[in-house]
Write a protein that binds this ligand. Structure first.
Ligand code: 5AD
Ligand code: FES
Length: 346
């Protein structure tokens, strides 16, 4: 059964607040099933039965920021802090390349150790060694000049979740030394420079409402990011939000589908957070319209210390195990992981 509300969203490439409310609150199983199916159909139409893989390298667990939700915030006294050396990062890429990854994502907290000089050196070396690979950075807010220098050194993509498109909500999730306006400025700058840009938000973060989610969706429609990362909020122990309820897997899946319908070409990961809250979370994400997975390539000895939230999966696995596991999981639902940069298709 085709649901008229889902077909209308798909046809319009847009959603109203009323439709969003309806889809998020619905207990009509046929409607939700149709939402997932239509989103999957749209993704299949553009990307086929293929899932792109990105090798995630978590380069630093140090962070100067104090985001209230994050287990790596600077006030987190119990957090174990580590930094990868240039050599360790290059080793991860080498391993990753042999495993078939053609995108490397270097992600870390906002850590002044990884200043422009160091990052330019690393990016240039990876660019030189792997001319056929995409380099994605996810290092938080930096200066316009820094973004430009890293782009010139060979980085292609940048992930910076906007976290929420509602300024008041943003201010409830972050301390006063962080600014919504600067976050938005960074995203605009990245796009202007020529990066493929990813934004995103947590589902079920404290103080989130249907209205703030609606703003997130409107932001996605107007900003037109190449990628959107969403995953459920998962409380991290000892943070101010440690006792807040976790986000819902079900709501995350519905939002993945909605994002696919209103921004059809987007690169949409089925995130680790989704896999953390449900054993088949990532598979269900793909079936709801996601088309990217990001297996971990970080050195096993440091994985458990990149503890953004509690109970994160894959902390004991080797890179090859995550690669194989991902391939197996995708095959099981009828999808192939591909050896490909996996660029945005416009
Ligand atoms: N639960 C889920 N996601 C989180 N992030 C940070 N803390 C949490 C948490 N407790 C997300 C944020 C950030 C990204 C790196 O991880 O959206 O941008
Ligand atoms: Fe890491 Fe399955 S993806 S073990």
């Amino acid at each position: 059964m085709e649901s008229s509300v889902v077909s209308e969203i798909r046809r319009n490439g847009d959603i109203t607040l009323g439709q969003l409310r309806q889809l998020l609150a619905s207990d009509d199983e046929a409607l939700v099933k149709n939402l997932f199916e239509q989103a999957r159909e749209v993704a299949d139409g553009i990307y086929g039965k293929r899932v792109f893989i990105r090798g995630l390298i978590e380069i630093s667990s140090h962070c100067k920021n104090d985001c209230l939700y994050c287990g790596l915030r600077r006030s987190q006294k119990g957090a174990v802090r580590y930094r990868l050396t240039d050599e360790q990062i290059l080793d991860c890429c080498e391993k990753g390349y042999r495993l078939g990854f053609r995108t490397f994502v270097m992600q870390g907290g906002e850590d002044a150790w990884f200043d422009d000089e160091r990052m330019v050196r690393i990016v240039s070396e990876v660019r030189h060694r792997y001319p056929d690979c995409a380099i994605t950075l996810s290092l938080g807010e930096r200066s316009d000049e820094s973004y430009q220098r890293l782009f010139d050194a060979g980085a292609n993509r940048y992930l910076l979740r906007h976290e929420t498109a509602d300024k008041e909500h943003y201010e409830k999730l972050h301390p006063s030394d962080m600014s919504f306006d600067n976050r938005m400025h960074c995203l605009e700058t990245l796009k202007t420079i020529g990066y493929q840009v990813g934004c995103g938000f947590m589902v079920g973060s404290p103080f989130q409402t249907v209205e703030t989610i609606f703003k997130d969706l409107q932001f996605i429609r107007t900003f037109k990011p190449h990628m959107v990362g969403i995953g459920p909020f998962i409380p991290a122990h000892d943070t101010p939000f440690a006792d807040q309820p976790q986000g819902s897997v079900e709501t995350t899946l519905r939002l993945l589908s909605i994002i696919r319908l209103i921004h059809p070409h987007v690169l949409l990961p089925a995130t680790t957070a989704l896999g953390t809250l449900h054993p088949l979370g990532r598979e269900r994400g793909i079936m709801a319209g996601a088309n990217v997975v990001m297996p971990n390539l970080s050195p096993t000895e440091h994985r458990k210390d990149y503890a953004i939230y509690d109970n994160k999966i894959c902390t004991g696995d080797e890179a090859a195990e995550c690669r194989n596991c991902t391939e197996y999981r995708m095959r099981a639902i009828g999808y192939e992981t591909v050896v490909d940069r996996g660029d945005y298709r416009s």
